[in-house]
Design a protein around this ligand. Structure first.
Ligand code: SF4
Length: 335
């Protein structure tokens, strides 16, 4: 179990998500292990970053926490002080309630919004689908309230999404995700499709809304520099496994896993003395249908030795809420 000290909103315990892919004429069915034995606790009120390359399993883990990906083994518990759910076998009535409390902000604000619906209807739809409001007046009141909090011009509620820029569309997506008054929000690459100048606006808005609405975020990103800027905790995933987690300040001060160090060293530095220290990540992430034995990072790790190719490292608790899965982290820390 992760050594997070504050009360946890979501706790995954030895969670695995597997998919069967392929099959059909002359095609072999294969097992894809997207999330593999992940134990992770997200503190209530945190801005929790989940990072890794494409194919690391971070989106699948986020979706499992929303009960939108099949859980093969292990458990996920959600406890916000009002309800306490085991997400693995949630009865249908509780699942409806959970949908109000746990929402997703999509990556692409262009694809996520129906071009045939007005902004008002886009934001109102979850309320109607989940039966949160009973009358049109109640729905309009909720829509106007959340639109104002998301800094949307209320005059624009009658317009269609094509009239808006990427940043404004993302504000509409955020308003739609928050209109049911959730406690837990998964933001999956929510600024990745935006211009850099707009990214800061949206990140600041997410931060302000966190305080105003008492939210807990799981912020999924491939970009460690964005995560460093906004998150208070970070977990690093590689090929379905959790390899390191810590409070952001501690992780950036003392990264222990070679993969975390490689991701960090690729962040562009403003300091000319550090521009030469980039530890390039060689090769591609292996296929999750055929993961390497032992430590899954050994095929790309410059520090791999024999044991790394044979034995999967367990998560060690270092204190300071810092956990790492590497056979050699102590040795490497002393070098
Ligand atoms: Fe590298 Fe071995 Fe540590 Fe894996 S266990 S990260 S291969 S040193």
């Amino acid at each position: 179990m992760s050594t997070v000290s504050t009360a946890s909103l979501i706790t995954a315990d030895q969670l695995s998500v597997q998919f069967t892919i392929g099959g059909g004429f002359l095609r072999k069915r294969q097992m894809l292990s997207a999330v593999d034995d992940v134990t992770l606790a997200i503190p209530k009120g945190s801005f929790f970053g989940l990072v890794g390359e494409s194919g690391s399993g971070k989106t699948t883990l986020g979706r499992a926490m929303l009960r939108a990906a099949p859980i093969s083994s292990g458990s996920i518990r959600y406890a916000d002080g009002e309800v306490d759910y085991n997400l693995v076998d949630l009865p249908k009535t509780d699942l409806v309630e959970y949908r109000k409390r746990a929402q997703l902000i999509f990556q692409d604000p262009y694809a996520a919004l129906s071009p045939r619906m007005t902004v008002r209807d886009i934001i109102a739809e979850p309320l109607e689908v989940m039966g949160v409001t009973q009358t049109r007046e109640q729905t309009d009141e909720r829509v106007r309230s959340i639109a104002a909090k998301c800094r949307l011009n209320l005059e624009h509620l009658r317009r269609f999404p094509h009239a808006f820029s990427g940043g404004q569309r993302q504000r509409i997506s955020i308003a739609r995700a928050l209109v049911s008054n959730p406690r837990f929000v998964v933001a999956d690459e929510s600024v990745a499709a935006l211009d850099v100048s707009i990214q800061a606006d949206i990140l600041n808005l997410l931060k302000v809304l966190q305080q105003e609405l008492d939210l807990t975020y799981l912020f999924i990103s491939h970009d460690l520099s964005v995560v460093a800027h906004i998150c208070d905790h970070v977990a690093v995933m590689y090929l379905g496994r959790l390899v390191e987690t810590a409070p952001t300040r501690e992780l950036f001060k003392s990264p222990r896993h070679p993969y975390t160090k490689a991701l960090m060293s690729a962040i562009p530095s403003l300091d000319p003395d550090h521009r030469g220290n980039v530890q390039k990540l060689e090769g591609e992430i292996p296929s999750p249908t055929n993961p390497p034995p032992g430590c899954k990072f050994h095929t790309r790790c410059p520090h791999a030795i024999d044991i790394c190719k044979q034995q999967e490292p367990k998560l060690d608790h270092l204190g300071m809420e810092h956990d790492v899965a590497c056979h050699r982290w102590q040795e490497l820390a002393e070098q």
